[in-house]
Design a binder for this molecule. Structure first.
Ligand SMILES: Nc1ncnc2c1ncn2[C@@H]1O[C@H](COP(=O)(O)OP(=O)(O)OP(=O)(O)O)[C@@H](O)[C@H]1O
Ligand SMILES: [Mg+2]
Length: 342
């Protein structure tokens, strides 16, 4: 967490409302995101957390408009509002048109989940960082190379003037991840999306990379979306959190509220599966498995795994109920009968 004032809201930079994404598959259409809503404030960090297959990467790729070929956005909106320009609905842009290409790099940048597939093996890391700089700034090749070296230095790569000419396979996993960060930050984006930036790294390197992301964010007053399945990473880095379960945000709010006093049974189950130093209680993994998109339960999608589900939970999907402090929770246990749901 950057400071204790996360509850005091600042300006929203990005707002996702009721986003729906469908895939065309051999078995017909499946809905990967169904009504995802979230917001990212200026200079703040949003953590998106959830088990594998819950739609975290698809949410990020929707914002970047870099969805797989067989995916389409079939509902909702993604509003990006920079302070100096009119808000843009990213979902209304042409998939590879000039506006979205301009936004990618200048306004949004993403660190992808798989650094080896995002870095080309046949170009040096310097050439790849320079490509982004040349595309999005007025710098010439010599200046772009200098900027690439400066970025490698800023992400603490030793001997950057030599490493700029290295190929990705000549670098360690941690260094490749730093190159990805250097590339993403080379054009000073306002929003950086880091999709599982530390999953493949050991804990010491993980801590260094998370530190680096936070330092860079603070230096540029950028906003950060950090995608992870690790609640520890959220606790350490984020101001707000959105907990996802099969294409839905089931709980959201400040990290203090959501992790300190979780209201959704899924969030509670995730928290109980995290080891804590000094805790005597046994760890309990979340029972059952995430349902397939092809065979979704009728009511609440978590109901078959939920230990406190009522009969309504199996027959009807709950709306998101608004709680105090800007929190929301998609669970029938919070239905006060007063129509607070949305
Ligand atoms: N090209 C595709 N065609 C069909 N379904 C897909 C495609 N890509 C992803 N999916 C499905 O969309 C859902 C969401 O995937 P996504 O990659 O967003 O999950 P995730 O939360 O990022 O998981 P992980 O933690 O494993 O990275 C999953 O059920 C996945 O199987
Ligand atoms: Mg993913």
């Amino acid at each position: 967490m950057t400071d204790g004032s996360a509850a005091a809201t600042s300006r929203q930079l990005l707002r996702v409302d009721d986003l729906r994404v469908e895939f065309d598959t051999d078995y017909g259409k499946v809905c990967a995101l169904d009504g995802v809503s979230l917001a990212v404030e200026e200079g703040r960090t949003l953590g998106i957390v959830g088990e594998s297959g819950c739609g975290k990467s698809i949410t990020a790729r929707s914002i970047m408009r870099l969805l797989p070929q067989n995916a389409s956005i079939t509902g909702g909106s993604i509003h990006y509002s920079a302070p100096d320009t009119a808000p843009v609905d990213v979902t209304a842009l042409k998939p590879n048109g000039a506006t979205i290409r301009q936004l990618r790099g200048n306004a949004f940048a993403m660190i992808f989940q798989e650094p080896m597939t995002s870095l080309s093996p046949v170009y040096t890391v310097g050439a790849q960082i320079m490509e982004a700089i040349l595309l999005h700034t007025d710098l010439n090749r010599r200046e772009a190379r200098e900027r690439a070296i400066e970025m490698l230095d800023r992400v603490n790569i030793p001997a950057p003037e030599k490493r700029v000419d290295a190929y990705p396979h000549q670098l360690s996993g941690g260094m490749r991840q730093r190159v990805m960060i250097a590339m993403a930050l080379s054009c000073s984006p306002r929003l950086l999306i880091a999709d599982e930036p530390t999953t493949a790294l050991d804990v010491t390197i993980e801590a260094q990379i998370l530190d680096l992301l936070q330092q860079m964010q603070a230096a540029e007053n950028a906003s950060l979306i950090i995608i992870t399945h690790d609640l520890g990473v959220v606790a350490e880095t984020a101001d707000h959190v959105a907990v996802m379960y099969v294409g839905r945000v089931v709980e959201s709010g400040t990290v203090q509220d959501v992790l300190g006093d979780p209201q959704h049974p899924y969030t509670r189950a995730l928290l109980h599966s995290v080891p804590r130093i000094g805790a005597k209680a046994r760890l309990s993994p979340v029972g059952g498995t995430v349902p397939s998109l092809l065979e979704m339960p009728r009511g609440c999608k978590f109901a078959p795994r939920c230990s406190v589900a009522k009969s309504i939970c199996h027959s009807s999907e709950p709306p998101s109920f608004a709680l105090a402090g800007g929190r929301s929770v998609k669970c029938w246990l919070h239905d006060q009968g007063g129509g607070t749901g949305r």
